[in-house]
Design a protein around this ligand. Structure first.
Ligand SMILES: [Zn+2]
Length: 364
């Protein structure tokens, strides 16, 4: 499909290799000419990973490691007498939803003949990018906080990526990665417009087979959340869904800049992360304002859970034979918090919870 890369703030059309607007430094968006796509892509036997949707993605060829097509498992919540579908993203190649976005970014880097890929990460995205880069023969440098999860750093190292340690948190790593990419002319991967396109495929897969009234998911940088919303809007445009579900963003009490901004109706302010959910320990979400717009557009909500609630959710998931790291279990912790406060409104509602990842050995 025809597409352009446009600034979300000033509307300037940027080049396909840009990661922020060259005029105003704001984040960018992939804008499609939807009229150039005649029909929604059907599944074929040749499909690998998320390749079915290539006509809705900003790439000409996909370098896939069979990401996507993750299972949906249904469980009955006996206490509330409600069925919940879990979308289990831990079945991706590096055990998190990040692989969908990495497939798009690495494919784009190869299309642009990039010699090297650079990425800032709390761990999971760095591992995913390192795996795809290694498999498809592109050099890779990951910027990561010295305080990041050691299990995840070891796995990135094992994927043969160069690791640059950063003092400070994820947002410090992000600043250094952007500066390095600019200076070295490397292709910058991360929570930018191309990754968001990969994340929207979760919405495609869910709503291709089912309809939901509520979808719960964790929020770190907001790329999954805003990408999911974009996928829904596209499906509605092509008349595959009639109405949008309420989408609910959940953050950890120890790092909840988006929830605070949403509840108090103010702009997002940086918060120093302090949570066991390291995968969503992002003090300033890049797609924060877009995510708040998505919450409002779907009459959704934003809420927080404590580290204790996250551990309880991990254990409750394990009872269902679903294993998640703390950040990966946050969506379910949020669902349990939400239903306890709004049980009466859930009668006959269809609910989906996204289990985003399981990429560490967690010890309490
Ligand atoms: Zn701009």
């Amino acid at each position: 499909m025809d597409y352009h890369i446009v600034c979300t703030k000033c509307g300037y059309e940027n080049g396909i290799g840009s990661f922020r607007c060259i005029k105003c430094k704001s984040i960018l968006e992939v804008e499609y000419n939807y009229n150039s796509l005649e029909e929604w892509p059907r599944r074929t036997k040749k499909d690998v990973g998320i390749s079915r949707y290539i006509s809705l993605l900003p790439i000409t060829k996909i370098f896939s490691l069979k990401e996507g097509n993750t299972p949906i498992r249904c469980y009955l919540d006996r206490k509330h007498n409600i069925k919940i579908d879990f979308k289990i993203e831990t079945h991706n190649p590096t055990r998190t939803f990040k692989d969908r976005g990495s497939a798009i970014e690495v494919s784009k880097a190869i299309e642009l003949n990039a010699k090297k890929i650079v990425c800032a990460s709390t761990g999971n995205m760095g591992l995913s990018i390192a795996r795809y880069s290694k498999r498809f023969g592109v050099g890779c440098t990951i910027f990561i906080s010295r305080n990041a999860n050691k299990d995840k750093i070891n796995k990135i190292f094992a994927e043969n990526a160069e690791i640059r340690y950063v003092n400070g948190d994820f947002n410090s790593a992000l600043r250094e990665a952007e500066a390095y990419a600019k200076k070295s002319g490397s292709f910058l991967c991360g929570d930018y417009h191309y990754r968001k396109e990969g994340q929207k495929t979760i919405a495609y897969e869910l709503f291709d087979k089912n309809t939901y009234d509520y979808v719960f998911m964790p929020l770190g940088n907001g790329t999954l959340f805003s990408g999911f919303y974009k996928g829904l809007v596209e499906m509605k445009r092509f008349k595959l869904i009639k109405r949008l579900p309420k989408i609910i963003a959940i953050q950890s009490e120890g790092c909840m800049p988006l929830v605070n901004a949403y509840i108090h109706n103010k702009s997002i302010a940086y918060e120093k992360p302090n949570t066991i959910a390291d995968a969503i320990a992002v003090g300033y979400p890049t797609f924060g304002m877009e995510s708040i717009s998505a919450i409002k557009a779907t009459h959704g909500d934003a809420l927080f859970v404590s580290d204790k609630q996250i551990v309880d959710a991990m254990q409750a998931l394990a009872d269902k034979n679903i294993y998640a790291e703390p950040g990966g279990a946050v969506g379910y912790a949020g669902f349990l918090e939400y239903i306890n406060k709004n049980a009466g409104t859930f009668k006959k509602k269809r609910v989906c919870v996204i289990i985003t990842g399981n990429n560490e050995s967690y010890k309490s």
